[in-house]
Design a protein around this ligand. Structure first.
Ligand SMILES: [Zn+2]
Length: 98
């Protein structure tokens, strides 16, 4: 399993609608800013590490994508976790939340 070096992802609005989107009203400070590429996932619940359905090897953690705001909230201020097998080009994704 290859590990991708960690990057923090900072969303850049691409139009006025995105720029003017309201932020979370009540969520904790870091909610909405936990987007990340590579490194180790910051799990909210169970430390799930998928294996590739094809080659059965542990998959590479590719990204975690945070909730955006109260309107675009993943479960309860959750995140989407994406894993990839770089050998087979398979992807697994799941949600964790509080
Ligand atoms: Zn594979």
């Amino acid at each position: 399993m290859k590990t991708i070096p960690p990057f923090r992802l900072k969303p850049e609005p691409l139009n006025e609608a995105a720029k003017n989107l309201p932020k979370f009203k009540w969520a904790g400070d870091n909610i909405g800013t936990r987007h990340q590429l590579g490194g180790e996932p910051t799990y909210i619940q169970a430390k799930i590490h998928p294996v590739c359905p094809d080659c059965k090897e542990k998959m590479t953690f590719y990204a975690q994508l945070d909730s955006i705001n109260d309107e675009f909230c993943i479960a309860d201020c959750g995140m989407i976790y994406v894993f990839v097998c770089l050998e087979c080009n398979t992807v697994e994704a799941f949600i964790e939340s509080f």
